[in-house]
Design a protein around this ligand. Structure first.
Ligand code: HEM
Length: 209
């Protein structure tokens, strides 16, 4: 595997000025002498950082189709992106779930989770929880507490790239809003067949310049 050569070649010299090289030199992120775990980390970083943001962009296009007023308001006042971006991430929830193993017995919603049980945490469902998020079924670009969602997970594994993702989405929409009066969805989306990544394979659109 060519990747192994890269990993070994960089081991003895100083790190180059890129993230992959820095990760392979730090004893913690290098994962000792375990290239599989190191590769796992690099792949996680790459996939976690690309699938999620692009499906959020497509998800926003779908949302703007149902809420055209939102797009017009953002064009009039791009500072609204500050709250619109986290709302887009909540609305799309591109990572549908993660799984944990319970380390102790726990009572939740009247059910007992036993130590050792495997628990699936459906972020897509949590992000539509009306007990926590007001009007959860509506796409609202100026929510009072827009970052109060679970699309990035929770706890020590909460998405390490969450702020980067928000920045990327803000810049993408700043640039799109500047250029295009409207983007119309002109056909049915082709959804990704996955219970893990909630996203799209294709979405036909027409850009109105
Ligand atoms: C809208 C965009 C994104 C969403 C919705 C998202 C969502 C998530 C979720 C749900 C987790 C798991 C949290 C958990 O297990 O508790 C996660 C973990 C992670 N994300 Fe993201 N992510 C996004 C963008 C990014 C970006 C841009 C990067 C980096 C370039 C990134 C890197 C990671 C990594 C490395 C982890 C693993 C963290 C750990 O296990 O400690 N993500 N993300």
């Amino acid at each position: 595997m060519p990747f192994m050569g890269l990993w070994d070649a960089r081991k003895d010299g100083p790190p180059a000025n890129d993230l992959i090289s820095l990760l392979s030199h730090d004893p913690v992120t290098r994962k000792g002498d375990n290239p599989e775990r190191y590769l796992g980390n690099v792949m996680l970083l790459t996939v976690a950082g690309s699938d999620t943001t692009r499906h959020s962009i497509t998800g926003a296009l779908m949302a703007f189709q149902d809420y055209p007023d939102a797009y017009d308001r953002l064009r009039g006042d791009p500072t609204l992106l500050e709250s619109a971006v986290p709302e887009i991430v909540r609305w799309q929830s591109p990572v549908a779930h993660m799984r944990r193993t319970a380390t102790q017995d726990f009572e939740l919603g009247g059910k007992t989770i036993k130590k050792g049980d495997r628990v699936v945490m459906w972020y897509v469902s949590g992000n539509r929880d009306e007990d926590v998020i007001a009007d959860a079924e509506r796409f609202i670009i100026d929510r009072e507490r827009p970052r109060q969602h679970v699309a990035f997970g929770f706890g020590i594994h909460r998405c390490v790239g969450n702020r980067l993702a928000e920045m990327q989405l803000r810049v993408v929409w700043e640039e799109i809003l500047k250029r295009f009066e409207r983007i119309e969805v002109v056909g049915e989306p082709r959804r990704l067949k996955s219970n893990f990544v909630k996203g799209y394979e294709a979405l036909p659109v027409r850009i109105v310049a």
